[in-house]
Every structure is written in structure tokens, then in C-alpha cells.
Ligand binder design. Sequence first.
Ligand code: CA
Length: 227
Amino acid sequence: MNPFILIIEDEMAQAQILQYNLEADGFDVKHAANAEDGIFIAQEEVPDLIILDWMLPDMAGIEVCRQIKSKASTRDIPVIMLTARGAEEDKVRGLSVGADDYVVKPHSIKELIARIRANLRKSGLDDIEMNYGGVSLNTETHRVKRDGDNVKLGPTEFKLLQTFLKRPQRVFSRTQLLDMVWGADIYVDERTVDVHIGRLRKALNKGDKDNIIRTIRGAGYALDVDA
Ligand code: CA
């Protein structure tokens, strides 16, 4: 599963070059051309990182950042701000509203990708080994363990668990899981999510272990030790 980057940028040419290069480098990318769309996608699809332009037509980038960082569901997403200006004052303002990093335009694509990777590592999303509540998942060996015991998972259950481990305790709706695990382009019934959650739960709880996948009626599912 590739890291998912959201670009919020109104200059189409710049956004397209960036998207092309990021995709070539193994990222999944979505582009929003204005603040409103960007905030919506951030909430609905929970990207792994956001690249945010300082100057947007409908709202200042700094205000977008403030909104993203003030909501519990999007607060942990690293935000890299892009600005044409290099003023120290802008940098301080950006960081004071919670931006995680800052890149001045014009920047080299290589530099920006290096900064993206650094920020993903810092937030633990580039980790090879993911852990929560006694469950560990290794993205290189594809091994999953719970309390030291091997857990056998199919590819879909593996991806589901990987998605949950990125944000333990966070509630994911069925629609969000469909987008993140199956991909937004494929039509899959929401019932399919329930089927695979059932399989994942059964595999993880094998041997009479406590249930670790919480069902939230009308909202979705979460990986939670207090399930
Ligand atoms: Ca702009």
C-alpha cells in the first residue's frame, strides 16, 4: 500500500508536475485545486501527508492548515506548506498554526520528495514495522503477530489491518475503508467490508484472545484495545 499524498494547490501546471513525479516515485496522489475541496478530501480520505499551497483562491493556506490541525480526525496528518515567498515571518506563522514543515517555491522536486519521506518517517507512517496493542505487522516480510503468535491473513485483511495500524483507535467508515483498501475506482459493496472485517477479527482473536476490532454502530470500525 503506497503512502497517500494530498496536494492542495490552485496552480494546475505545478500540481500536475508534482503529481506526476510523486506517482513515479511510488506515492498515491490526489489533487485539490482549492481549499474547500482540500479540506473535504482530508477529512473523508485521511491522506498520509498533505502538501498545502500558501496562496489559494478561496482561503489562505494558513487557515486551511489551522482547520486541519484543529480537528481530531485530521490533526495527525503531517502538513508541508509551499510558498512562493520566503519571508521568515511566513514560516513562523505557518509553523504556529501547526504546519510540520515548510518548503519555499521554487523548489526542486527531489528536495520536496526528500522532505515528504522525512515527514512520513517522523509520523511513523513510513515504518516497516507497525505495532499496536500487541499486534505487529511487518510491511516487508508481510508477517503479522499478536502477542508473539503468528496470525495468517489474506491480502485484503492484511491491507485492512495496515490501514487500522496507521491510526489506532481512529474510527474508519465503510466508505473510507473501501477507498483506502479496495481503491475508489472499483465498485465494491459495503457489505464486503463487513465480510473482510469478520475474517480479520476472527484471525486476530484466534485462541480466545480479546476482541481488538471495535464496531461503532452507524459509523464504522476501529482497531482498539478497549473494543
Ligand atoms: Ca497558489
